[in-house]
Design a protein around this ligand. Structure first.
Ligand code: GLU
Length: 270
């Protein structure tokens, strides 16, 4: 069964031409809260390889807040919105500086798109986002998307990059969305509490999955927790876009998924 999972994931990546890759804050940051530049260059190298193979890549990168805290070393405990927004504005620059360096090693330019919920609810704005993504990618540039945290407040926020990456994948008409989290995939129970927890390897119905796993505080792993990952899957599957959830902190994970040596949860559209 597990061999099939790996094989099918590998086939899915092989077939996909347009891939959106989302990287969560936990994957980007070291345990000390500092941005993990080694991870970023390793991911850039793997993206460069996929691009050599004819794939097109869009990244959705979290980490503005975490980078803000580790850069300015102040306000980390302040919960008021203005400080959180200020931290994101500082951190976003640091984050993109690191991505620029990481992709620069492989001669690849990056472009930044900071989006808000309205960019996906207003047709005119969505079309502009789509056109910019198409243009950047056609020119061999890797677009890197994040939510525009410095101007979004809770009521009008998308709020998590799992949903943002799903909306971006739909907007760009991607073939595949890969979510990199700090967990190998969806488990029937929280593997941090239950060592016997089983990886759910294939999901074709989110409704059935919801019935069979325990979601909630105890099972909220990763930045947005499992719920936002299921919401993302629900969104993209409706548009015929497959989704893979895998552990971004594993060495060369993109390569290993593509060559069939790593596992994850594959959400397959019918
Ligand atoms: N946009 C947030 C940040 O860059 C991350 C949201 C998320 O991790 O889902 O810090």
């Amino acid at each position: 069964m597990s061999a099939d999972n790996k094989k099918t994931i590998a086939q899915c990546i092989k077939k996909a031409r347009k891939i959106v890759i989302k990287i969560g804050s936990n994957t980007l940051a070291n345990a000390d809260g500092k941005i993990n530049y080694g991870f970023m260059t390793n991911l850039a190298k793997q993206c460069a390889q996929l691009m050599e193979d004819g794939k097109q890549i869009v990244l959705v990168s979290s980490g503005a807040q975490v980078a803000g805290v580790s850069t300015i070393d102040r306000w980390a405990k302040r919960k008021d919105i203005h400080y959180r927004q200020a931290l994101c504005s500082i951190g976003q620059v640091e984050l993109m500086d690191k991505w620029r360096q990481a992709f620069g090693v492989f001669g690849i330019h990056i472009g930044q798109l900071l989006l808000t919920k309205e960019d996906f609810t207003d047709d005119h704005r969505t079309l502009n986002v789509r056109n910019t993504l198409f243009t950047l990618v056609d020119e061999g540039v890797v677009p890197i998307i994040n939510e525009n945290d410095s101007v979004s407040f809770d009521e009008i926020k998308i709020g998590d990059n799992d949903n943002l990456s799903a909306l971006s994948a739909i907007c760009w008409s991607a073939d595949l969305l890969i979510l990199f989290s700090d967990i190998d995939g969806v488990f029937d129970k929280n593997p941090k509490d239950f060592p016997e927890a089983k990886l759910v390897e294939f999901v074709s119905s989110i409704a059935d999955l919801r019935k069979n796993i325990s979601i909630g505080a105890t099972n909220a792993f990763g930045t947005g927790g499992i719920e936002t990952k299921l919401e993302a899957a629900e969104k993209v599957l409706e548009y015929g876009i497959n989704m893979i959830l895998a552990n971004g902190s594993r060495e060369n994970i993109l390569e290993s998924l593509a060559d069939g040596s790593a596992k994850g949860t594959l959400f397959i559209s019918k």
